[in-house]
Design a protein around this ligand. Structure first.
Ligand SMILES: *Cc1c(COP(=O)(O)O)cnc(C)c1O
Length: 432
């Protein structure tokens, strides 16, 4: 009789896992205030007091800046918009190169193209999965304007990248969508680069449905970020700006409702992250006993925010490919309430290396003639094989799971441990 659920045995878990519900009465009460005020947004796209938005937006930004200890916090309608603002604000020129990670959400690698700059992919660290310092240095040229570092899975990027940026006089945009409240050497993630940005989309640690926040200590960058957020072109004249570089504005404005929710969510951030850390700690005490699994490394001086739990898998130890092992684990588990449509939240590989997206493979971004690449006299290589570490992580070595979110009880965590342990103990059933 087979024991593993994938072979027809009984599942470890037959009921759904509890939903992650960080939204409560506090958010509801503040949103009610917005409703009663009848003001859902007070932004004006001209040089006027309301260029900076309504009361909820401004209060949330003030609280955000105080919390993270930055001079400026600028709300936007998504982290994607935040990335686009950031690339514009650093005075990116067409055909500049911006170094990006292939192992992240697509917007952090596509953002340079919005300003006709060229994304150049660097390799990631095999143990921390953030951009690799040595690989970045190899990619730096006289055209390099910036590096978009990503605090992937909740771990801040390697702080040595700041030394590189200083040495070559290039900017750092820190995509902290996955790591609010993480720290490196006592500093909050998001505040380590020149411009940092956070996401408030539904899947992130704290959320307002959709939303994003930019932070910086630089007054000039902050000014440009605010202009790009809100119709720069029709503001600059009355505002007496003399610098018109990248002053095509967008409407990336956050509404009063989202700001109200985000403000309350921010207050809950420490507790929500601490609970994740406790869950990870509990899981790792047991999962680390399974010989084919290596728990995520936490960089020296770092405090991890665990957006997801990223685990390394060693096929040699178990004699089964990761995908087969993970499929067997998934068969033992159940979806998470409210996210049933996403299936079992264990995933082999995270995302496919981004240079393999059709946009890069075919070099089609603007129009059909390969613009902006066709305007450059340099060659840019996006072929399979350019980042072997990332490819090995994606195809063979890494998997992530999301059974770490607040709301998981000990008994829920025990079921996750039991599923992995059961598959390990019955691995002969899935060996070829
Ligand atoms: C979620 C995410 C984004 C995009 O956030 P949105 O607010 O959905 O635009 C960008 N970068 C990373 C690393 C993310 O995880």
């Amino acid at each position: 009789m087979p024991k593993l659920a994938i072979n027809g045995g009984n599942k470890v878990r037959s009921t759904k896992f509890p939903a992650y519900k960080p939204i409560g009465k506090e958010e509801f009460d503040r949103v009610r205030e917005v409703f009663e005020s009848n003001i859902f947004s007070r932004f004006l796209g001209c040089w006027h007091e309301d260029f900076f938005g309504g009361p909820q937006v401004r209060e949330m930004e003030k609280a955000w800046a105080e919390f993270f200890g930055t001079k400026h916090a600028i709300s936007v309608n998504s982290a994607t918009s935040a990335l686009y603002c950031a690339v514009g604000a650093i005075d990116t020129e067409p055909l500049d190169e911006i170094i990006v990670s292939p192992y992240t959400m697509s917007a952090s690698a596509v953002a340079p193209l919005i300003y006709n700059a060229i994304p150049v992919f660097a390799e990631v660290e095999p143990d921390c999965f953030c951009l690799d310092v040595k690989s970045i240095e190899e990619k730096i040229t006289d055209k390099t304007r910036a590096i978009i570092v990503v605090d992937i899975f909740g771990q801040p990027y390697n702080p040595q990248i700041n030394d590189l940026a200083q040495k070559y006089n290039i900017k750092i945009i820190e995509d902290c969508a996955q790591a609010p409240y993480a720290k490196q050497d006592g500093k909050f993630a998001g505040t380590i680069g020149d411009i940092g940005l956070y996401s408030l989309n539904y899947h992130k640690h704290i959320h307002s449905g959709e939303g994003g926040v930019l932070v910086t200590n630089d007054d000039e960058l902050a000014n440009k970020l605010r202009l790009i957020r809100n119709h720069a072109e029709s503001v600059v004249e009355a505002k007496s700006e003399t610098d018109f570089v990248n002053m095509i504005g967008f409407n990336y404005r956050m509404t009063e409702i989202e700001a109200a929710i985000a403000h309350e969510q921010l207050k809950k951030l420490p507790e929500l992250i601490n609970e994740r850390r406790k869950n990870v700690n509990y899981l790792e005490n047991e999962l680390s006993k399974i010989p084919c699994l290596t728990m995520p490394k936490v960089r020296q001086g770092a405090e991890h925010a665990y957006y997801v739990h990223s685990i390394l898998f060693d096929e040699k130890v178990v004699g089964v490919h990761r995908n087969k092992f993970i499929d067997a684990v998934k068969a033992e588990l159940m979806p998470i309430e409210l996210r049933e449509t996403e299936g079992i939240k264990v995933s082999g590989g995270y995302c496919r290396p981004l240079y393999l997206l059709p946009m890069f493979q075919q070099k089609i971004a603007y129009g059909k003639n390969s613009y902006p690449w066709s305007a450059s006299d340099r060659k840019y290589d996006y072929s399979k094989g350019i980042c072997p570490v990332v490819e090995d992580l994606y195809y063979n070595k890494l998997f992530i799971h999301e059974y770490i979110r607040p709301g998981m009880k000990k008994s829920d965590l025990d079921d996750v441990i039991a599923a992995f342990t059961k598959v390990w103990e019955n691995k002969d059933e899935i060996r070829d």
